[in-house]
Design a protein around this ligand. Sequence first.
Ligand SMILES: [Zn+2]
Length: 433
Amino acid sequence: MKNILLKNVQHIDLKSGNIRTVDILYTQDGVIDTIAPEISPTTNCEIIEGEGNYALPGLINGHAHLFGSGKPMNLNISPKLLHLIYRLAQTRFGKNILLKQMKKHAQIELMSGVTTIRSVGEFFYQDVKLRDQINSGKIIGPSLFVSGFFLSTTDGHGAPFLALESDSPWEGRKNVRKNMKHGIDWIKICVTGGVTDAKRIGEAGALQFTEEEIIAICNEAHKNHRMVAAHVESTEGMRIALRGGVDTIEHGAVMDQEIINLFKKNPKSLRGHSSLIPTFTAAFPSMFLTKAELKLSDIVIENGKLVYQEMISGFKQAVESEIEIGMGNDASMSFVTHYDIWRELDHTVRFGHVSPLTILQHATLNNAKILGIEKHYGSLEVGKQADLILLKKNPLEDISALKSINQVIKNGQNIQLKPTKKWSMLDTLLDRI
Ligand SMILES: [Zn+2]
């Protein structure tokens, strides 16, 4: 097996923030063998000159979906047409198209520096299929950790198309078992309503599951060593989700002391504590753009604003209280493309008031811990996967350096960076924020 020697890179150690010039030796199948200032090439060793590049671990997108492109969605489609699209998507032909789209989106994420994705809700288990194709080496893509369908209440967030519905603890357990049977890695539940399908202002944070139902779902998932990610957009939603034992709160809201305490010590969760994964990119357009620019309904915009304000306050409280925080951008939602993960990090620095080092830690070290994959991912260390990105500028000085990735290496393989189709209208609007 050939070894690869990456010479003279400026390695950014995200644990300390220190930068030093090193060589990195890794095997062709992607395990880091040595990191040291001067490594002599062994026989059968390919040399890559990395001078002038900053090297850091590949980013982990802790909250994404792969089914959509991120181009603003028309949410006013008639229910009849929606049903028709759904029935078509369910056919073999439809599933193939969906899988192709998801593969394309996953590869765009990879080229933008995301080497691992936790996908939190997709249609017809095509996420499981894509994960297996990537793992078998059939196709190149980021490592995927997948959740299959959402678990929601009848007519709850994402239902009926994106969710398995249940209305009692036992039905909830059954839906965990259904997702388990299809080979998922995570369970995703919708504890409150969401912005995209709310029918009135304020519905995004309204409670849907009860605490008893959440306890049953978490218990069933944990029994099978699966963690539970909870879509939550209100304080009361966080309270019952954490009491019920969920492992991650997605999006988030304003916290009180009980909620902060539960994050830090959560006896019903799998690891004994729970984490927060905010997703600003999905909500900040509603906050900062006009209705004419957004082309979304008043209900969606108003709910988006409410959720954004709650989320940013909750995030600041979480930083202050030293709650474990990850990073995700809710790719596939309107305005959240697969090629611009940098916006999530940039927004968190500017509006969440954290340093570039902190948000990079959330996106790598913390996300790896939250996903339970820190033995292999999340930092550049001997014995871990050679998943890294090379940048010409120092992201610790300016986080928007992530906008232009010079090279991506996934499992020791050089990823050929191809130009991706971008939506200049959308980018111009978001650049203004
Ligand atoms: Zn989401």
